[in-house]
Design a protein around this ligand. Structure first.
Ligand code: 13P
Ligand code: SF4
Length: 301
């Protein structure tokens, strides 16, 4: 079956919107209405007038869309496509930390489950984390769960006391200096762009740290012709497609988020055909998790 054609037909018939994260495989990127980073996609899910949204990304992204637009039907084509980092922190752990740091603002990365979001003050993505932390009135900040993004924020906002948690993304934690140095040797003129989820050694050797949306903007506005990309290969595929006159090299071979890649064209087709799988969250979670997400959108205007 020509799934791409059938998806486009069904999408029209059902008046649906397909949102696609930059780490999805190319076949999914090509059938999306909107391709973007976590911040972009949550804004677009909220602002769209479509009642039916298919979210091709990991589950916290589809959940965030549901929390921001509880009246819409949000479909997540593969339930098992989950971000392991999101499972490194829980609502229970946040409650315990709150007792330890009663005066701190609790900032959670959007890569958290809906229940965790109910216990924090504000959410951030890699695109707005620095500004959000900078603009909070509290001096002490507990940043959850990504220690690498938290360390990046702490460097940019030295006036705050940032308390880090020990979460990490296994895709970006396991980037290696030896591989980066070899890639640099082969491409000495390339600029190194890395995601702030990367480990400290890699971050220190990179020219710039950006979320996926920031990398695309940087490349668009840069006169440089060669880039080494330290993030998931879906983004590198997108850059190669959109900027054919420039050259992109992966920091190391096969930087892949297996969870993002679980969604295939057939799953998107079945999702639209059978309206599966609907993101369903309790009213209590929907209500309590909405405040920190709304606050994020407010603070990152
Ligand atoms: P972005 O918000 O930069 O797209 O990142 C999402 C993510 O999961 C990175 O691993
Ligand atoms: Fe989670 Fe890392 Fe995959 Fe992003 S790349 S969704 S942080 S596991």
């Amino acid at each position: 079956m020509d799934y791409a054609r059938e998806i486009l037909k069904l999408k029209k018939e059902k008046d649906a919107l397909i949102l696609v994260h930059n780490y999805q495989s190319e076949e999914i990127q090509l059938i999306g209405d909107i391709l973007g980073d976590s911040l972009d996609l949550s804004r677009k899910a909220k602002d769209s007038d479509k009642e039916l949204i298919v979210f091709c990304g990991v589950s916290f992204m589809a959940e965030s869309a549901k929390i921001l637009s509880p009246e819409k039907t949000i479909l997540h084509p593969v339930r098992e496509a989950r971000c392991p980092m999101a499972d490194m922190i829980s609502a229970e752990k946040v409650k315990i930390l709150r007792e330890e740091f009663p005066d701190a603002a609790f900032v959670a990365y959007i890569n958290t489950n809906a229940e965790t979001k109910t216990e924090v003050d504000v959410i951030c993505t890699s695109a707005n984390a620095v500004n959000i932390v900078r603009n909070l009135p509290q001096k002490q900040i507990v940043f959850l769960p990504d220690k690498n993004l938290g360390r990046f924020v702490a460097k940019q906002v030295p006036e705050k006391e940032i308390i880090l948690f020990d979460g990490f993304c296994s895709v970006h934690e396991f980037l290696y200096v030896k591989e980066l140095n070899e890639t640099k040797e082969h491409h000495p003129n390339a600029i190194v762009l890395t995601h702030p989820e990367a480990n400290e050694n890699i971050s220190n050797l990179s020219d710039h740290l950006f979320g996926t949306g920031g990398m695309i903007n940087f490349v668009k506005n840069s006169d440089h012709k060669e880039f080494i990309i330290g993030t998931e290969e879906g983004l590198t595929d997108r850059l190669r497609r959109e900027f054919p006159e420039k050259k992109f090299f992966a920091l190391q071979p096969r930087i892949i988020c297996e969870n993002m890649k679980k969604i295939k064209l057939e799953d998107v087709y079945l999702s639209l055909l059978n309206l599966q799988y609907k993101v369903e969250l309790s009213t209590e979670i929907l209500e309590k998790a909405k405040a920190p997400l709304d606050r994020m959108l407010e603070l990152s205007k």
